[in-house]
Ligand binder design. Structure first.
Ligand SMILES: Cc1cc2nc3c(=O)[nH]c(=O)nc-3n(C[C@H](O)[C@H](O)[C@H](O)COP(=O)(O)OP(=O)(O)OC[C@H]3O[C@@H](n4cnc5c(N)ncnc54)[C@H](O)[C@@H]3O)c2cc1C
Length: 362
């Protein structure tokens, strides 16, 4: 079978690698380089890293993350603890560069070309393919033309890397605060030799300014120290995915299909999940998109969480301040919620939910 993959971002590279044994794959990318422009914070679960680790060198991993604080910038909130390699931070540019090398070594054909013409029958600029995967990122121009693009909620996210000592290497702080991250959350990722501070906001806000304020809070609390060396960012999608990603021989993939975890915008896990199911389902690729209903359900949770008023966050995290919960899964947010309810006991959770509900109601 001949397969064309359009776009050599994470989704296109993962799709090409996973299909390289089952098909003759041609990977089209408009740029000569992969991994640029940098945009991503690079956090994935230990499970995703285990899988990627067979395609790239160990040095792509920059550090283990085993503790996630979720709360207010003041430091009030809950701590979620997982095993040591619960989540990891990756060098995203290096990840994509090494994935490309692996794809080429597995026989994938690399073509630097901007694709503007794809038909539902699988023709790419007149060349015929049995299957075409459009992994063209959030702009999704080709997928939109074919009616197989997602139309998710979008925000703009920005990271700043700070070189120097971080207060708690291995810990991530996630802050819900409308003044720092309207409609999303701000984050501080602490590693041995550096930290990544970031925020995101819906359209209409000055994200550069929000990032400076977030960094100021992180410095004031002593979480990060040192010089800010670079800023990078891009579009974060928070669901829902497209329900019908395939039209005849063509399917959308990655951000183009809205394959993102709605609570965090993370795209690597859902794209990899679909890519690894493709080889057995090339005759009916839609069967590989089993994760879509779950992402849909998570979109509802994300809308509630991101859209809640500030007084909801204040009340919730004051009530929960100091709690510590163990969770086993970074990728499945619905399962994490179930585990947390189990730890809190259903009665306490129900009481807290009722207390908080009035802050969610208009
Ligand atoms: C600030 C920020 C933080 C993030 N943090 C995380 C995180 O911690 N963890 C996580 O899992 N995810 C994270 N994400 C999301 C993640 O980065 C994306 O989901 C992922 O990179 C999308 O990959 P993709 O391959 O679908 O698209 P892209 O990376 O956008 O790749 C698309 C590629 O297709 C090429 N292309 C497009 N059109 C054409 C065409 N017509 N012809 C040829 N080539 C074309 C482009 O040049 C590009 O190389 C973050 C995103 C942002 C913005």
């Amino acid at each position: 079978m001949r397969v064309a993959v359009v776009g050599a971002g994470f989704a296109g590279l993962a799709t090409s690698i996973k299909l390289s044994r089952a098909a003759k794959v041609t990977l089209f990318e408009e740029h000569e380089e992969v991994g640029v422009p940098e945009h991503c914070t690079g956090i994935v679960s230990g499970r995703v890293w285990e899988e990627l680790g067979s395609y790239v060198s160990k040095s792509v991993k920059e550090g283990d993350l085993s503790e996630f604080f979720i709360g207010l910038p003041s430091g009030k909130g809950v701590t979620l603890k997982g095993p040591k390699d619960f989540a990891v931070r990756l060098d995203r540019k290096r990840l994509e560069e090494e994935m490309l090398e692996t794809a080429l070594s597995m026989g994938v054909e690399w073509r630097v070309k901007l694709i503007t013409d794809v038909t539902p029958k699988g023709s790419v600029h007149g060349q015929s393919f049995d299957r075409v995967f459009l992994a063209e990122g959030w702009r999704a121009e080709l997928s939109s033309r074919l009616g197989i693009a997602a139309r998710p909620r979008r925000l703009y996210g920005l990271n700043v890397e700070v070189r120097g000592r971080a207060a708690h290497p291995g810990r991530v702080e996630v802050w819900f605060d409308k003044a720092l991250a309207p409609g999303f959350f701000a984050w501080v990722v602490m590693l041995e030799e550096k930290a990544v501070v970031g925020t995101a906001a819906v359209r209409g806000y000055n994200v550069e300014k929000l990032l400076s304020s977030t960094l100021e809070v992180a410095r004031r609390r002593g979480l990060v120290e040192g010089e800010a060396v670079k800023r990078y960012g891009g579009v974060i999608q928070t669901g829902p995915p497209v329900l019908a990603p395939c039209l005849r021989a063509v399917c959308s993939a990655g951000d183009a299909a809205g394959l993102n975890k709605p609570v965090t915008g993370g795209g690597l896990y859902p794209s990899l999940d679909v890519a690894k199911k493709l080889p057995g389902n090339l005759n009916r690729p839609i069967k590989a998109y089993k994760i879509v209903p779950r992402l849909y359900a998570e979109t509802a949770v994300a809308r509630l969480l991101h859209g809640a008023p500030q007084r909801f966050y204040e009340r919730l995290f004051s009530e929960l301040d100091g709690e510590e919960w163990r969770i086993s899964e970074y990728d499945n947010h619905l399962r994490s919620v179930r585990e947390i309810i189990g730890e809190m006991r259903v009665k306490k959770f129900a009481l807290l939910f009722l207390k908080a509900l009035r802050y969610l109601l208009p």
